[in-house]
Design a protein around this ligand. Structure first.
Ligand SMILES: *[C@@H]1O[C@H](CO)[C@@H](O)[C@H](O)[C@H]1NC(C)=O
Ligand SMILES: *[C@@H]1O[C@H](CO)[C@@H](O)[C@H](O)[C@H]1NC(C)=O
Ligand SMILES: *[C@@H]1O[C@H](CO)[C@@H](O)[C@H](O)[C@H]1NC(C)=O
Ligand SMILES: *[C@@H]1O[C@H](CO)[C@@H](O)[C@H](O)[C@H]1NC(C)=O
Ligand SMILES: *[C@@H]1O[C@H](CO)[C@@H](O)[C@H](O)[C@H]1NC(C)=O
Ligand SMILES: *[C@@H]1O[C@H](CO)[C@@H](O)[C@H](O)[C@H]1NC(C)=O
Length: 147
């Protein structure tokens, strides 16, 4: 019989992840919290003046945007990165199943874990993943707030 200690298994998984270039549990993705639907011909100066955001911010959160020849479309004006408030270990299950246990949607799960890809095909068994960005506050009776 082959005995594998948890510590060995974890380091084996960590090594495996390093070799495949995966980045393990590092928390929620940065999201756009304010968008602006700019008309064609708008430029970052004119958009920025209306929205109170400077051109370098617009440029850095919308990589690839040509500020002086904007074809029109949605620009992000403000971003935020949620803080993870609860991790759970992935056991032998899919992201959908894990999300189900923690009462979040599968797309929430992907949003909460920026190391998980869109189809969640790179979940690593035995690793922690973020399953909540809710804070505990009076009246929040989520189980993890009862401890
Ligand atoms: C940006 O748009 C404003 C308003 O239309 C215009 O006055 C300004 O010259 C434009 N700036 C550039 C760099 O195109
Ligand atoms: C643009 O705005 C950001 C955030 O308010 C600020 O940190 C930055 O220094 C500003 N940059 C310029 C060139 O004004
Ligand atoms: C979740 O796990 C990550 C990676 O181990 C860690 O950086 C983060 O602090 C953890 N968050 C919580 C709320 O435990
Ligand atoms: C995970 O679960 C599936 C289906 O229940 C099973 O076939 C598979 O052997 C399990 N894998 C591990 C590593 O336990
Ligand atoms: C998920 O929701 C169910 C039904 O509302 C509840 O019984 C369960 O405790 C919840 N689980 C978590 C982890 O919040
Ligand atoms: C998901 O991640 C795995 C492992 O990094 C990769 O092989 C696969 O192509 C990715 N799938 C998508 C849809 O990004």
């Amino acid at each position: 019989m082959l005995f594998i200690s948890t510590a060995n298994l974890v380091s084996a998984l960590a090594l495996c992840s390093t070799l495949t270039g995966l980045v393990l549990a590092n928390g929620p993705r940065t999201q756009c919290s304010v968008t602006y639907n700019a008309p064609p011909g708008a430029n970052c100066t004119s958009i920025g003046e209306q929205a109170g955001v400077n051109q370098s911010t617009i440029q850095s959160i919308n990589p690839g945007t040509d500020c002086n020849d904007f074809p029109g479309g949605t620009l992000c004006l403000k971003q935020w990165t949620p803080t993870c408030t609860l991790n759970a270990t992935a056991t032998n299950q899919t992201c959908d199943a894990l999300a189900d246990v923690w009462n979040i949607t599968s797309s929430d799960f992907v949003e909460y874990n920026d190391n998980v890809n869109d189809t969640c095909s790179n979940l690593v068994i035995g690793q922690p993943y973020c399953v909540s960005i809710d804070g505990c506050y009076p009246g929040n009776d989520a189980p993890f707030c009862q401890q």
